[in-house]
Design a protein around this ligand. Structure first.
Ligand code: GLY
Ligand code: MN
Length: 467
């Protein structure tokens, strides 16, 4: 069992979370299904275990094969599971008992896993709806299908939209104990980023840097919050291969973050020069990205929509790229037309919490509320567009990318010619990409960048790369 930060009454916090969600959902019981181990090929050879984040939010328990039933009456929660068998103890060692797990989560009723079905049957006999969230693992689809007699292909569609909405409301606003967890993870993440800057050399493989940063988290018994992106091809937005060699004069984009003890994510991106010094063009584009990030952070405050922040940041980027001769015309008109998306096709950021893209398994209800996603290329990739509230934790991650296939296609189609100078853009098709990303708390007054500072200005990055 992972131990939580000692300076919070976690059992009371978990109880409070369950009670609030229960009170707002109403009606029947809520079934919170924990994750099962995922075998690689046989049952005892598993992928690293990661608990379902909603289950983690309600219990903090990172043990496999648990389920929690929140009954409609306040404070009535039952933890279902089976303690370790003698075989389990022989092969994998002693584990905390179900009673110990329940006590840590503020639950005082425990029952064997096999009795869950009977309690659910009884609720259904009484005509109560059983609320559950859409599962994102196949083993959970199967378990829900068996427990609730729902055909597997209908399990996702019959998830409780009321519960989804209430969970999105509850988990979007982070408590101080959650912000503390994210900042704790950011401490390790900062060290991962500094180490990568200090170690990079021409001739190294990306995998050496990826190994180095993961070792820093692993040495503290921490997981990565997601597969790190460590690449000389920063223009590939979610590039997860590490087989390129670092070349003098090139850039490395490092998008990586450790998890906190309770499973909270951190998510930082820095881009730095392999040889320790940015070229003049790299420095110009890097500063354009930094200015865009500054603009976005300055706009963040409760009541402002993240779509407005995104668009304001894009206008700032378009202005900077016009200054560098890559774009032309009015920046606001260019952004309205979507021309800037050639360089920045993704959104300015996303929610961060127990998952790096927090609660994206719940779909657009989290990032977009009841609004429909726009169809325009670039805007259609926004993960978050709705009005901000104090307590949201977000990433702010602008970038500039030169994606050869996109440049080629847009140029051939003559897209946005009035805003894009293709004769100056096309020769940069091998440039790669730059992204700068920080994690930000929305405060009543504005925004606070979380965690210890990680080298960010051109000068700070070059100093951290000093050879
Ligand atoms: N860290 C990867 C992402 O934000 O998509
Ligand atoms: Mn991110």
């Amino acid at each position: 069992m992972k131990t939580a930060s000692p300076n919070a009454d976690w059992a009371a916090i978990f109880r409070g979370r369950r009670d609030r969600i229960r009170a707002r959902t109403g009606g029947g019981p809520i079934l919170w299904l924990g994750h099962a181990p995922q075998p690689r090929n046989y049952a005892a050879n598993t992928y690293p275990f990661r608990q379902n984040s909603h289950f983690l939010y309600c219990t903090g328990l990172a043990e496999p094969d648990l389920a929690l039933l929140s009954l409609p009456e306040a404070g009535r929660d039952i933890l279902f599971g089976d303690g370790a068998s003698l075989d389990d103890i022989v092969w994998t060692g002693p584990r905390p008992s179900l009673e110990e797990l329940a006590a840590a989560a503020g639950i005082d009723d425990v029952r064997p896993a096999e009795s869950l079905r009977g309690v659910l049957d009884e609720a259904r006999r009484q005509g109560q709806p059983v609320h559950y969230l859409p599962p994102y693992r196949h083993s959970s689809v199967y378990a829900l299908s068996r427990l609730l007699d729902i055909p597997m292909e209908e399990v996702g569609g019959r998830a409780s939209s009321l519960l989804m909405e209430q969970v999105a409301i509850e988990r979007s606003v982070k408590g101080p104990e959650e912000v503390a967890e994210i900042e704790e993870a950011l401490g390790i993440t900062g060290r991962m980023h500094r180490a990568a800057m200090a170690a990079a050399r021409p001739g190294m493989k990306e995998s050496e840097l990826a190994g180095l940063i993961q070792a820093i988290a692993l040495a503290e018994d921490r997981a990565q919050a997601y597969d790190p992106i460590v690449t000389v091809h920063g223009e590939v937005l979610h590039n997860h291969s590490y087989d390129n060699v670092l070349a003098a004069g090139g850039l490395v984009l490092n998008d990586s973050g450790a998890e906190s003890p309770m499973g909270y994510a951190s998510d930082i991106t820095r881009t730095f020069p392999v040889s320790g010094r940015f070229s003049p063009l790299q420095a110009d584009l890097y500063r354009a990205v930094l200015g865009t990030q500054r603009e976005a952070i300055a706009m963040i405050r409760p009541g402002v929509s993240y779509r407005e922040v995104h668009l304001g940041a894009c206008r700032r980027l378009a202005e900077a790229l016009r200054g560098l001769g890559l774009m032309k015309g009015d920046p606001a008109a260019a952004v309205e037309a979507g021309a800037h998306a050639l360089f920045l096709p993704h959104g300015i950021g996303h929610m961060l919490g127990l998952d790096v893209h927090d609660m994206e398994d719940l779909g657009d209800v989290v990032g977009h509320g009841k609004e429909k996603r726009p169809g325009q290329f670039g805007l259609n990739y926004l993960r978050l567009s709705r009005p901000l509230e104090a307590g949201f934790v977000l990433t702010v991650e602008p970038g500039v990318y030169f994606i050869p296939a996109l440049i080629e296609r847009w140029r051939a189609e003559g897209l946005h010619r009035e805003f894009l100078d293709y004769d100056r853009i096309a020769p940069l098709a091998g440039f790669g990409g730059i992204r700068t990303e920080d994690d930000v708390l929305v405060t009543p007054e504005g925004a606070r960048v979380l965690g210890p500072p990680v080298p960010k200005t051109v000068e700070e990055v070059e100093e951290a790369c000093a050879r």
